[in-house]
Design a protein. Structure first.
Length: 239
């Protein structure tokens, strides 16, 4: 994730091409996976939030083949891979914006409509962030003041994120423009490119979720009778 949002080359100029760049990218990916596995393993083994075994309800195996989790994994793989290719073809060095959007829209999705909703919210939030960033640039906020405003915007966006993901997308877009301006880049001129890349990444994730092994959410009324019969069989009495 850090490689996707870094504002400039992460490696020295002599190491930005060839097998050296591929090697370090692979090393970073392996370190990220090992870190997540380590923290999750320690949390599952020693964390105080572990559920008691007798209170864990048995999960009913899904009759969908492939399983929903496998379908969502394949959807994310297809969407992110397409975002890598299309982002590199159409946006050159700004490909991470398309890839990050494809990942965010597809991660933890709860069905086709959920992916569509998150894609729309991310694009709408980025559009609002573009207007905010343009206003900040017009005021002339630069240097250390821009860094202070950036952290303030991120704090507000993080606070509002539980309400709607669009707030977070707007805050991230504004903060990114301030960060690019801090490093001397013309952030305002890059924002239309960012919006186009976000739209591309969201569209690719939505397409993968809707047409590649789609996972349709069942209605609650369809699940209620089956859940009731299972509870009756397990407990020996009706609910």
């Amino acid at each position: 994730m850090a490689l996707l949002v870094v504002p400039g080359p992460a490696l020295p100029s002599e190491a930005e091409s060839g097998l050296v760049s591929w090697f370090w990218s692979a090393v970073v990916g392996v370190l990220a996976c090992l870190s997540v596995w380590l923290v999750q393993g320690l949390g599952d083994r020693y964390g105080p939030w572990r559920p008691e075994p007798e209170r864990v309800a048995p999960r009913r195996a899904s009759r969908l083949r492939p399983r929903p989790s496998t379908r969502m994994a394949l959807q994310m793989a297809a969407g992110v891979a397409a975002a890598f290719v299309c982002g590199r073809l159409f946006f050159d060095g700004h490909w991470p914006w398309a890839v990050l959007t494809a990942y965010v829209a597809a991660s933890g999705n709860r069905g086709r409509t959920d992916v569509l909703r998150k894609g729309i919210e991310r694009f709408a939030g980025a559009a609002v962030g573009t207007l905010l960033a343009t206003g900040v640039a017009a005021v002339g906020v630069t240097g250390h003041a821009a860094a202070a405003v950036m952290f303030a915007v991120l704090a507000v966006a993080l606070w509002l994120r539980p309400l709607n993901y669009g707030y977070w997308a707007a805050g991230m877009t504004t903060a990114l423009s301030l960060l690019l301006g801090y490093f001397g880049q013309d952030a305002v001129s890059l924002l239309p490119t960012r919006l186009a890349a976000i739209a591309l990444g969201a569209g690719l994730s939505v397409a993968a979720a809707w047409w590649l092994l789609p996972v349709q959410r069942r209605r609650p009324q369809e699940l209620a009778p089956r859940r009731g019969r299972e509870s009756e069989d397990r407990a020996g009495r009706p609910l």
